[in-house]
Design a protein around this ligand. Structure first.
Ligand code: 4FV
Length: 253
C-alpha cells in the first residue's frame, strides 16, 4: 500500500514510522509512506498557506490553492489515489471497521490540517472522506494521520508476523479482548487462572470467549449490542437459548 501524507510538518512523521512493525513493513515493501510539504505548492514570495477568515473571527484558515495543487500533483502519479482523507472533528468516527475498509485500498492520500481549519471548498470539492479520531480538538491532523497509518498498516497482509494476529483481537466481532497472562504463574500472590495452565484448549477457548463477552457487557454495552450472540455465547452467559433456535442479536431484534 502507498500512503501519501500532505502536511506542513513532514518531519513529524520521521520517528513514528522508524520503529517496530511499521519500520519492518516499510523495509519489506508492504507499506510505502511518502510525506509532502504543502508549502512546496505555494509560489508567492511569502509561500503563504493560510489566510484570515472571511467574515472575521479568530485564527487563520488554510488556503485551497496549495492543497488542490498538491493533491492534483500526487494524483498525476499512478496509481490514482483510492481515497483523499481529511482529518477533522466533524468527520466520520475512525473505527476498526474503517481501518479494515481502508486496508483494502492500494493508495491513500492523507491531508493534515492546521490552524482553525481548511477552506470549505477543500472539504466539498477535493476530499473523498473526512475522518475523526475522537471528540476533542487537536492542533493538527498529523497525529490522526499517524493513528490511521498504524491501524491500517497492521491489517495489511504480511505485516503482522505469524505470532501476531489481527483475527481474534479487540473489536473483531465487536467484542473486547479476553485477559492476557504470561509467566510467572504466581506474581505477588496474584495467580494465573487455573484453566490457562490446564492445557485443555477447549476449556481455554470457552473461558476466553466468556471473558470477552462479560468484559464487553460490563465495559462496552454499546459494542455488545452490535455483537451477534451465538447459542454458545448464550450458554456461556447463562442466558436461555431463544425458543425458535434462530440466532438473535444481543439487542433482541
Ligand atoms: C481532529 C480530530 C482534529 C482541528 C483543526 C486540526 C484539528 C486542526 N482530526 N480527529 N479530533 N483536527 O482535532 O481528526 O486543523
Amino acid at each position: 500500500m502507498r500512503i501519501d501524507v500532505l502536511t506542513l510538518f513532514p518531519e513529524m512523521f520521521a520517528s513514528p514510522l522508524e520503529h517496530s512493525i511499521l519500520k519492518r513493513a516499510r523495509e519489506a515493501g508492504l507499506l510505502d509512506v511518502q510525506t509532502t510539504d504543502i508549502r512546496e505548492f505555494t509560489f508567492d514570495r511569502y509561500r503563504q498557506v493560510d489566510d484570515s477568515p472571511y467574515g472575521g473571527g479568530p485564527g487563520m484558515v488554510m488556503k485551497p490553492e496549495p492543497i488542490f495543487r498538491a493533491v492534483e500533483a500526487l494524483a498525476s502519479e499512478p496509481p490514482p489515489p483510492d481515497r483523499v482523507i481529511l482529518f477533522t472533528p466533524l468527520g466520520r468516527r475512525f473505527k476498526q471497521e474503517v481501518a479494515g475498509e481502508l486496508a483494502s485500498c492500494e493508495r491513500l492520500v492523507l491531508l493534515c490540517g492546521r490552524y482553525e481549519g481548511i477552506d470549505e471548498r477543500v472539504h466539498r470539492h477535493l476530499v473523498t472522506d473526512e475522518l475523526s479520531i475522537g471528540d476533542y480538538v487537536l492542533t493538527g491532523g498529523e497525529l490522526p494521520a499517524l493513528v490511521v497509518i498504524d491501524a491500517v498498516a497492521r491489517l495489511l497482509p504480511g505485516v503482522l508476523g505469524k505470532d501476531e494476529s489481527a483475527a481474534s483481537e479487540t473489536f473483531a466481532e465487536h467484542l473486547l479482548e479476553y485477559p492476557h497472562y504470561t509467566r510467572p504463574p504466581d506474581f505477588r500472590g496474584w495467580t494465573v487462572p487455573e484453566v490457562l495452565l490446564s492445557g485443555d484448549h477447549g476449556a481455554i477457548a470457552r473461558w476466553r470467549r466468556e471473558e470477552s463477552l462479560r468484559r464487553t457487557l460490563r465495559h462496552r454495552p454499546d459494542l455488545f449490542l452490535q455483537h451477534e450472540l451465538t447459542d454458545e455465547d448464550r450458554k456461556l452467559l447463562g442466558l436461555t437459548p431463544p425458543k425458535t433456535g434462530r440466532k438473535r442479536s444481543a439487542g433482541g431484534s
